[in-house]
Write a protein that binds this ligand. Structure first.
Ligand SMILES: CC(C)(COP(=O)(O)OP(=O)(O)OC[C@H]1O[C@@H](n2cnc3c(N)ncnc32)[C@H](O)[C@@H]1OP(=O)(O)O)[C@@H](O)C(=O)NCCC(=O)NCCS
Length: 171
Protein backbone atom coordinates (compact mmCIF):
# COMPACT_ATOMS: atom_id res chain seq x y z
CA UNK A 1 0.00 0.00 0.00
CA UNK A 2 1.33 3.40 -1.02
CA UNK A 3 0.19 6.88 -0.07
CA UNK A 4 0.56 9.65 -2.63
CA UNK A 5 -0.89 13.01 -3.60
CA UNK A 6 -4.21 12.80 -5.41
CA UNK A 7 -4.11 13.45 -9.17
CA UNK A 8 -6.75 14.84 -11.50
CA UNK A 9 -7.16 11.40 -13.02
CA UNK A 10 -8.11 10.00 -9.54
CA UNK A 11 -11.18 12.23 -9.13
CA UNK A 12 -13.72 9.70 -10.44
CA UNK A 13 -12.36 6.87 -8.30
CA UNK A 14 -12.23 9.11 -5.23
CA UNK A 15 -15.88 10.08 -5.81
CA UNK A 16 -16.91 6.42 -5.88
CA UNK A 17 -14.76 5.53 -2.88
CA UNK A 18 -16.43 8.21 -0.75
CA UNK A 19 -19.85 7.12 -1.99
CA UNK A 20 -19.22 3.52 -0.90
CA UNK A 21 -17.44 4.27 2.38
CA UNK A 22 -20.16 6.63 3.58
CA UNK A 23 -23.00 4.17 2.97
CA UNK A 24 -24.03 4.92 -0.61
CA UNK A 25 -24.50 8.66 -0.28
CA UNK A 26 -22.71 11.39 -2.18
CA UNK A 27 -22.63 14.21 0.42
CA UNK A 28 -18.91 13.70 1.09
CA UNK A 29 -18.05 13.27 -2.61
CA UNK A 30 -19.75 16.59 -3.34
CA UNK A 31 -18.07 18.26 -0.36
CA UNK A 32 -14.72 17.23 -1.84
CA UNK A 33 -15.68 18.73 -5.22
CA UNK A 34 -16.52 22.06 -3.54
CA UNK A 35 -13.32 22.09 -1.48
CA UNK A 36 -11.21 21.37 -4.57
CA UNK A 37 -12.67 24.48 -6.23
CA UNK A 38 -12.19 26.67 -3.15
CA UNK A 39 -9.30 28.76 -1.80
CA UNK A 40 -8.99 26.29 1.05
CA UNK A 41 -7.76 23.49 -1.20
CA UNK A 42 -4.12 22.46 -0.82
CA UNK A 43 -3.39 19.90 -3.56
CA UNK A 44 -0.59 18.15 -1.67
CA UNK A 45 -2.91 17.60 1.31
CA UNK A 46 -5.38 15.55 -0.72
CA UNK A 47 -4.01 12.06 -0.22
CA UNK A 48 -4.88 8.71 -1.71
CA UNK A 49 -3.92 5.22 -0.52
CA UNK A 50 -3.25 2.90 -3.46
CA UNK A 51 -3.13 -0.89 -3.35
CA UNK A 52 -2.75 -3.01 -6.50
CA UNK A 53 -3.47 0.04 -8.66
CA UNK A 54 -6.78 0.63 -6.86
CA UNK A 55 -7.55 3.64 -4.66
CA UNK A 56 -8.59 2.13 -1.33
CA UNK A 57 -8.44 5.23 0.86
CA UNK A 58 -8.52 9.01 0.67
CA UNK A 59 -8.01 11.87 3.13
CA UNK A 60 -8.61 15.53 2.48
CA UNK A 61 -6.89 18.11 4.67
CA UNK A 62 -7.85 21.70 3.81
CA UNK A 63 -7.79 25.23 5.21
CA UNK A 64 -10.05 26.71 7.87
CA UNK A 65 -9.62 29.40 10.53
CA UNK A 66 -9.51 29.92 14.28
CA UNK A 67 -11.13 33.26 14.99
CA UNK A 68 -11.01 35.32 18.18
CA UNK A 69 -12.14 38.94 17.99
CA UNK A 70 -10.04 40.45 15.17
CA UNK A 71 -7.48 37.65 15.18
CA UNK A 72 -7.64 34.99 12.49
CA UNK A 73 -5.27 32.04 12.35
CA UNK A 74 -5.23 29.69 9.39
CA UNK A 75 -5.33 26.05 10.43
CA UNK A 76 -6.09 22.70 8.78
CA UNK A 77 -9.25 20.60 9.02
CA UNK A 78 -9.49 16.93 8.11
CA UNK A 79 -12.68 15.95 6.25
CA UNK A 80 -13.59 13.60 4.86
CA UNK A 81 -11.56 10.41 5.31
CA UNK A 82 -12.95 7.24 3.73
CA UNK A 83 -11.47 3.75 3.37
CA UNK A 84 -13.14 1.19 1.08
CA UNK A 85 -15.36 -1.02 3.28
CA UNK A 86 -13.52 -4.24 2.40
CA UNK A 87 -10.14 -2.62 3.21
CA UNK A 88 -11.12 -1.09 6.55
CA UNK A 89 -9.37 -2.02 9.80
CA UNK A 90 -6.07 -2.79 8.07
CA UNK A 91 -4.30 0.43 9.09
CA UNK A 92 -4.95 2.46 5.92
CA UNK A 93 -6.90 5.23 7.70
CA UNK A 94 -4.13 5.55 10.26
CA UNK A 95 -1.42 5.85 7.61
CA UNK A 96 -3.40 8.52 5.74
CA UNK A 97 -3.83 10.50 8.96
CA UNK A 98 -0.14 10.28 9.85
CA UNK A 99 0.98 11.34 6.37
CA UNK A 100 -1.47 14.26 6.40
CA UNK A 101 -0.22 15.41 9.81
CA UNK A 102 3.39 15.19 8.61
CA UNK A 103 2.68 17.20 5.46
CA UNK A 104 0.61 19.80 7.36
CA UNK A 105 3.47 20.31 9.77
CA UNK A 106 5.97 20.60 6.89
CA UNK A 107 3.77 23.33 5.38
CA UNK A 108 4.06 25.26 8.65
CA UNK A 109 0.59 24.75 10.11
CA UNK A 110 0.10 24.60 13.88
CA UNK A 111 -3.13 22.60 14.20
CA UNK A 112 -5.37 20.05 12.51
CA UNK A 113 -9.01 19.97 13.65
CA UNK A 114 -11.77 17.47 12.91
CA UNK A 115 -15.19 16.21 13.91
CA UNK A 116 -15.04 12.42 14.13
CA UNK A 117 -15.27 9.10 15.95
CA UNK A 118 -14.28 9.77 19.61
CA UNK A 119 -12.43 6.46 20.02
CA UNK A 120 -10.58 6.46 16.69
CA UNK A 121 -8.71 9.77 16.39
CA UNK A 122 -7.26 9.82 19.94
CA UNK A 123 -5.16 6.80 18.85
CA UNK A 124 -3.21 9.26 16.69
CA UNK A 125 -2.89 11.98 19.31
CA UNK A 126 -6.06 14.01 18.70
CA UNK A 127 -7.52 15.62 21.84
CA UNK A 128 -10.92 17.12 22.71
CA UNK A 129 -10.78 20.73 21.51
CA UNK A 130 -13.27 22.52 23.75
CA UNK A 131 -11.44 21.69 26.96
CA UNK A 132 -8.31 23.22 25.41
CA UNK A 133 -9.92 26.58 24.71
CA UNK A 134 -11.39 26.07 21.24
CA UNK A 135 -15.00 26.53 20.31
CA UNK A 136 -17.30 25.41 17.49
CA UNK A 137 -20.62 27.08 16.74
CA UNK A 138 -21.28 26.11 13.11
CA UNK A 139 -22.02 22.48 13.99
CA UNK A 140 -23.90 21.37 17.08
CA UNK A 141 -21.69 18.46 18.15
CA UNK A 142 -20.78 16.92 21.48
CA UNK A 143 -17.47 17.82 23.11
CA UNK A 144 -15.84 14.42 22.60
CA UNK A 145 -16.10 14.43 18.78
CA UNK A 146 -14.70 17.93 18.22
CA UNK A 147 -10.94 17.28 18.31
CA UNK A 148 -7.60 18.77 17.36
CA UNK A 149 -3.99 17.76 16.90
CA UNK A 150 -1.20 20.12 17.91
CA UNK A 151 1.53 20.13 15.26
CA UNK A 152 3.79 22.68 16.91
CA UNK A 153 4.11 22.75 20.65
CA UNK A 154 3.58 26.01 22.43
CA UNK A 155 1.09 27.56 20.00
CA UNK A 156 -1.85 26.61 22.20
CA UNK A 157 -0.89 29.23 24.70
CA UNK A 158 -1.21 31.87 21.98
CA UNK A 159 -4.02 30.63 19.76
CA UNK A 160 -7.55 30.20 21.09
CA UNK A 161 -10.97 30.85 19.66
CA UNK A 162 -13.71 29.56 17.42
CA UNK A 163 -13.06 27.09 14.61
CA UNK A 164 -14.73 28.40 11.43
CA UNK A 165 -15.15 26.06 8.51
CA UNK A 166 -15.22 27.88 5.14
CA UNK A 167 -18.35 28.22 2.97
CA UNK A 168 -17.44 25.16 0.91
CA UNK A 169 -18.58 23.04 3.88
CA UNK A 170 -22.11 24.44 3.82
CA UNK A 171 -23.28 24.92 0.20
C1 LIG B 1 -13.02 5.61 9.95
C2 LIG B 1 -12.14 4.97 8.88
C3 LIG B 1 -11.60 6.06 7.96
C4 LIG B 1 -10.97 4.28 9.60
O1 LIG B 1 -10.08 3.76 8.63
P1 LIG B 1 -9.45 2.30 8.79
O2 LIG B 1 -8.40 2.16 7.75
O3 LIG B 1 -10.56 1.31 8.81
O4 LIG B 1 -8.81 2.41 10.25
P2 LIG B 1 -7.45 1.77 10.78
O5 LIG B 1 -7.26 0.44 10.16
O6 LIG B 1 -6.38 2.78 10.66
O7 LIG B 1 -7.77 1.61 12.29
C5 LIG B 1 -8.63 0.56 12.70
C6 LIG B 1 -9.14 0.89 14.08
O8 LIG B 1 -9.91 2.06 14.01
C7 LIG B 1 -11.05 1.92 14.84
N1 LIG B 1 -12.19 2.15 13.99
C8 LIG B 1 -12.33 1.88 12.68
N2 LIG B 1 -13.54 2.28 12.25
C9 LIG B 1 -14.15 2.82 13.32
C10 LIG B 1 -15.42 3.40 13.52
N3 LIG B 1 -16.33 3.50 12.54
N4 LIG B 1 -15.72 3.85 14.76
C11 LIG B 1 -14.82 3.74 15.77
N5 LIG B 1 -13.61 3.18 15.63
C12 LIG B 1 -13.29 2.74 14.42
C13 LIG B 1 -11.03 0.57 15.47
O9 LIG B 1 -10.50 0.71 16.76
C14 LIG B 1 -10.05 -0.19 14.62
O10 LIG B 1 -9.29 -1.03 15.38
P3 LIG B 1 -9.76 -2.57 15.57
O11 LIG B 1 -9.94 -3.11 14.18
O12 LIG B 1 -8.61 -3.14 16.32
O13 LIG B 1 -11.04 -2.50 16.34
C15 LIG B 1 -12.90 3.90 8.07
O14 LIG B 1 -13.39 2.95 8.93
C16 LIG B 1 -14.04 4.46 7.21
O15 LIG B 1 -13.85 4.79 6.04
N6 LIG B 1 -15.25 4.54 7.77
C17 LIG B 1 -16.41 5.02 7.01
C18 LIG B 1 -16.29 6.49 6.68
C19 LIG B 1 -16.10 7.33 7.92
O16 LIG B 1 -16.88 7.24 8.87
N7 LIG B 1 -15.06 8.20 7.91
C20 LIG B 1 -14.71 9.05 9.04
C21 LIG B 1 -15.56 10.22 9.19
S1 LIG B 1 -15.03 11.58 8.14
Amino acid sequence: MKIRTERLSDYGEVYNLNYLAFGNRNDESRLIERIRLSEGFIPELSLVAVENDQIVGHALFSKAEIVEDDNRNEIIVLAPIPVLPCNQRTGIGGKLIQEGLKRSEALGYDFVFLIGHPTYYPKFGFKPAREHGFNLKQFNVSDNIFMFFELSEGKMKRIKGELRYPNSFFQ
